[in-house]
Design a binder for this molecule. Sequence first.
Ligand code: COA
Ligand code: MG
Length: 403
Amino acid sequence: MKVSSGNRGDAVRSDCYIELWDEGGVTNQVFLKSKVKALYGKSIETLCLEMLEFFELQGVSVNIEDSGALPFVIAARLEAAIKQFNSIEKSFLFEKLPENDYPIAPNRLRRSRLYVPGNNPKMMINAGIYGSDAVILDLEDAVHPAKKAEAAILVRNALCQVNFYSAERMVRINQVPEGLNDLEYIVPFGVHTIVIPKCESPDDILFVEQRIRKITGKAGAVHLIPIIESALGVENAFEIAVSSENIVAMAIGLEDYTADIGAQRTEAGNESFFARSRVINAARAVGIQPLDSVFSGFEDVEALSKTAQNAKALGFEGLGCIHPGQIKIVNESFSPSEKEIEKAKKIVFAFFQAEKEGKGVVAVDSKMVDAPVVKRAQKTIENAIVFGLLNQNWMESYGNELG
Ligand code: COA
Ligand code: MG
């Protein structure tokens, strides 16, 4: 029997294609075709032979067509081939990078989240350098059904070995119940947040949490973000949002949603206005972040900017990205503008002064300012401080400025 895994071809980079077959006898053999054979041939061969021994194989031959794969990629491809060849439970694990050992607060910024196909090592390796708030390694729609098993192993190894800088490490599993089996590949390996697609009822969350508890032995080990992508999901949005304390945000997925209600997705977005508002309202009612869908036209910068502005105006705190070129625009769109910050400063300061004089309401620029307006302005100020756009002690200097 001959099995294979990985990718080959002119366009393939940082990956490899592996064939494995039974040759008989007791020795294992590795045949390598690589441009970097002179430099790394020996170490690639050693890694492969070590793995074959680890998986207790004998008399096996391995053919590798290498396109510049890192060791964690070669190991993932070989493990995937071995697991097709033999049903073995063991896993060949890499150490976790100490650089990736940073916590993610539940309410941290999630303006931009970059989707990266879970079977594409080249895109994974650089995913953290573009400055998105989160990176989503995708095991669902961005992976061909025939490649799901090898993607899970690759994502596991990437979580351990790729430096994601300060991005939140998210993985989108497959739809529950199939997606529950993805969890063992990601939960123990430093994932911050699990994205649950096509979420339709609180049971989906419950099953994910049960499986996580089985894996880690405790509750609350990871954050969760359900994606609402169907008519039923929209109807149940609040019940889903409130179903677990580990849910930190809720997203909407408009491609699937519009298909589900039998509408076309348009730029104006009238067809999804109700669903988006419903998701925002449900999320806000529970105190979690509402996140908008992805914007797929990655070359249309103007439309992206408009979409992000509209999303922010509706109440969303972030937008999904599929291409690194989208990140800067999305981050900027969801950060407070200079004008917003100036206005917020005025309001908070005026209210602070009014409070000192024992007043509950005050006028700023001939508009009434009361508690809810102040609350919003305070949120803008908080964000501006987080983004480094405002100093923690701004009020003091502002007061001095006004004299
Ligand atoms: N994550 C990380 N890197 C990405 C990326 C992504 N989502 N999309 C593109 N890149 C990289 C490319 O690898 C390329 O890198 P290089 O300059 O080092 O060679 C660079 O950004 C420019 O890419 P470009 O040539 O413009 O695009 P492409 O043709 O390689 O890819 C897509 C276009 C749409 C196929 C790709 O962006 C993609 O797969 N996006 C994610 C899709 C997805 O996950 N969908 C499911 C969720 S909705
Ligand atoms: Mg989808």
